[in-house]
Design a binder for this molecule. Structure first.
Ligand code: DX5
Ligand code: ZN
Length: 208
């Protein structure tokens, strides 16, 4: 299992040290929020750029942004490797995928809990990854909506070799469900950053 700790649960006053804490993971999940698409604001390209030299992990950027098109270039230049936009955003998904690829980055699309897989079916051949959200986007530390896990297999049925990432409420209690869902990548914020031993937690998820 690929493990992508979400920096949203880190102590923002010490981002360098927090990034160091999760160095044994594979990816680093970076939640960008605009206060419009979701009722919260997190950080943007400037913060991503400043932590880029602190980490060797793959930067897995999740844009919870209503109009991401104008932001892709800055996110790419800040050091993103994978850029996920939301299926429900207001920009054209085809144009977003083209822009992400033009910036030399790997495109992904994220689904809010209420959005069905059919909405992104035609884009799957062009994507590096699809993201299934198991909480309403906006905040960390919520409980996993386990009735959304079926989407992982639905995506795999349409395209077997695409990566599927699960985001939201992955912790020690939901670990076995997440592992059995068919997902390739697990995002975990609270469970890793608030753990006494984040490295141990990463190892636990990675074994799935
Ligand atoms: C929610 C974010 C998630 C969040 C996950 O809007 O997209 O990535 O950080 O946090 P936990 O793991 O605490 O549910
Ligand atoms: Zn996220």
């Amino acid at each position: 299992m690929i493990v992508s700790p979400s920096l949203l649960a880190a102590d923002f006053s010490r981002l360098g040290e927090e990034t160091e804490k999760v160095r044994s993971a594979d990816w680093l999940h970076l939640d960008v929020m605009d206060g419009v698409f979701v009722p919260n604001i997190s950080f943007g390209p400037a913060v991503i750029k400043s932590i880029r030299p602190e980490s060797k992990l793959v930067f897995d950027v999740h844009l919870m942004v209503e109009r991401p098109l104008g932001m892709i270039k800055a996110i790419a230049e800040a050091g993103a490797d994978i850029i996920a936009v939301h299926a429900e955003c207001k920009d054209d998904l085809g144009a977003l995928i083209r822009e992400i690829k033009a910036c030399g980055k790997l495109p992904a699309i994220a689904l809010k809990p209420a959005t069905e897989v059919s909405k992104i079916a035609k884009y799957l051949p062009e994507l590096y990854m699809a993201m299934v959200m198991t909480v309403e986007p906006g905040f960390g530390g919520q409980e996993m909506l386990t009735d959304k896990l079926y989407k992982v297999r639905e995506i795999k049925k349409l395209r077997e070799d695409i990566l599927v990432e699960l985001d939201g409420g992955v912790n020690d209690d939901t670990l076995s469900l997440a592992g059995a869902s068919g997902a390739d990548v697990l995002v975990a914020g609270t469970a890793i950053f608030k753990a006494e031993n984040p490295e141990e937690e990463i190892r636990l998820f990675a074994q799935l």
